[in-house]
Design a protein. Sequence first.
Length: 751
Amino acid sequence: MRGAMINLAVSRPVTLALLGVVALAFCLVLVGRIAAAEEYKFYGTITALPATQGWIGDWTVSGKTVHVTATTRIKQERGAIAIGAYIEVEGTLQADGSITALEIEVRLGPGNSGGTSVKFYGTVSSLPSTPGWIGDWTVDGRIVHVSASTRIEQERGAPAVGVFVKVEGNLQTDGSINATKIEIKFSLNLSGGLFIKFTGIVESLPSTAGLIGDWTVSGRTVRVSAITFIEQKRGPIAVGARVEVEGLQQTDGSINAIKIEAEDEAGSSGVISFKGTIESLPGTPGRIGAWTVSGRTVHVSALTVINQEHGPVAVGANVEVQGLVQPDGSINALRIEVKPTPVIGVILVKFYGIIESLPETTGWIGVWTVSGRKVNVTAATRIDQEHGVPAVGRIVEVEGTLQADGTVEARKIEVKRLPGGDSLIEFFGKIEVLPATPGWIGAWTVSGRIVNVSATTRIKREYRPVAVGAFVEVRGTLQADGSINALRIEVKSGPSGGAFLSLTSPTASVSAASYQAENAAESIVAAFGINLATSTAAATSLPLPTSLGGVTVLVDGVPAPLFFVSPTQINYALPEGTSPGTASVAVLNGSGVVAQGLLAVSDIAPSLFTADASGTGAPAGNLLRVKPTGQQIYESLVRFDAAMNKLVPATIRRNSEDQLFLVLYGTGLRYAPDTDDNSGNGVAESIEVTIGGVSAPVLYAGPAPGFVGLDQINVQLPTSVAAGQNISVVLKAKDNSGRVIQANTVIIAVE
């Protein structure tokens, strides 16, 4: 009998389980569309322009109509507006499919006449003695051509020999650079002072026009001048208001303000953004429902993107909310981001300097000396080494908190000087040649330039797959032979033209069984959004297609197998080999990338399917009754209650002769540790199940044969389980690190 039971454990799942998965595809609650203008960003080529001053009017960009107004910001640093220019458009999508542009930026001029975009850091060794320093500069041995259109940022000081600068511009054939922007970073004598950022409360203000003069913010003197930028989008500047101050600390402790931003939200209509503290949360999967944030009701749906990079969602957490104001004053949230809790009066500093000493420890943990300042580096300090590793003599940017003894507790340190004096290159172009190697490692040709791609090159494929004809943004270091060693390549659009990225129509991906945020490789995922597909379609055979109804889903650039697609919901399987962490999800149809989102991926993410596809209640599964003769009878675990008009647990009738087993179906647990080397029971040794609080033997846990992403769990019903109509079945799984993760609870009825 025991051997027969084990054989049965890995048998094909029965019909009810299949019906549960099919019901899942069609019966999940769909989220309605928020009726408001949607913000869009897309990349495309200009094919038609109006012959008006400032190009005000209707443009055609990759087949789409773009309305340009007097308020549209047009950026031409990388090239001029012209037919054939490749541009980035940000704006609001209209009902007729056109876009009202908020900002347009030229990314690649026709024929790439603007030259390759270059960015590098260096020290000024010579300057022209002309008004505005127009003429040729020498920066780290490179000739930099400065014109009247070059933007020179002098917040941290004026141009002078010995000043450390950041240069952005276009590389010319003779190796010189036509500068579009030069930013003064610091003088080597550090006379500019520390760059300070802190949050405080306004205690006093001058009664002058423009509030020019000395302010008191949390006990500190803040000097405001005519060039100080005062941002009041979130509220007016007044005594008692909370503000964020950026500026340069002087020797007397005062701050010369560069920017002051009100942190309190201002009353508005339409799309708003405000910061506040979570005061209450719904106890629902995904926190879907009404939140209270600093006294305001915030409606969170499956469409809401919740960024928890700086901490988990919890009562007391500080968040920034972006959403749409409703007539009752509540907000339909489009995006919520957990923010580090601001500490009033804590000073954030940012400064540039030269490393004078380093500790000889792993990760350089300890005290550094940077241009005479003591910098405390801990295991939590992020050290950005894209431009090189820390070393004595290297120039770095330090961000951290200023301590009472004058030292800086470093949060981030970025090495600025490139190794060997290489220039950092950023340019847009079209892929012309690709190597036929795994990961495309080797030499690419992008708009006539050789781009060397290695195993460490980061390739972002959120918009489109890598392919000949695709437009890409390349970032890397310029080599002596004119080639570029790529640090990062981002695919912007495919050969067919502009790729759309919806900013306010994200896709939210959750477990299709429980709606929990975490998922695992090969698990079944449900994605919600709007305009995801133009029709409804379901897969009818195996292997599952990666294109269904004209829709493709990319997870970290890898096409996902698709069960079902519709305008508001897609069910897909997380691709095999998806790494734990945060994965990017992009939904593509005939219009390009129509939605994007993030997906939390873990080693395991156990979830159980339920009969009504709600994630709660009766499980999608069967009872297996084994008679003393060995006869096996399958019975349903669910029945329809006409009076209640819903599915409820079917009562399990027990007797002393029969053995009873639950056959349950879930997803996300197949990669739990297999420590007993017994393939016959799957990963049962890493699964714990209690029924009514009583530990239940798990005979099998693992993939359900013949089904994509579906897991099967066979559990014996202990005779000691008490009778009842709402008996909880709790499943827990252990991952490779020993962490125990609980699935959603399901309910059975036992007589």
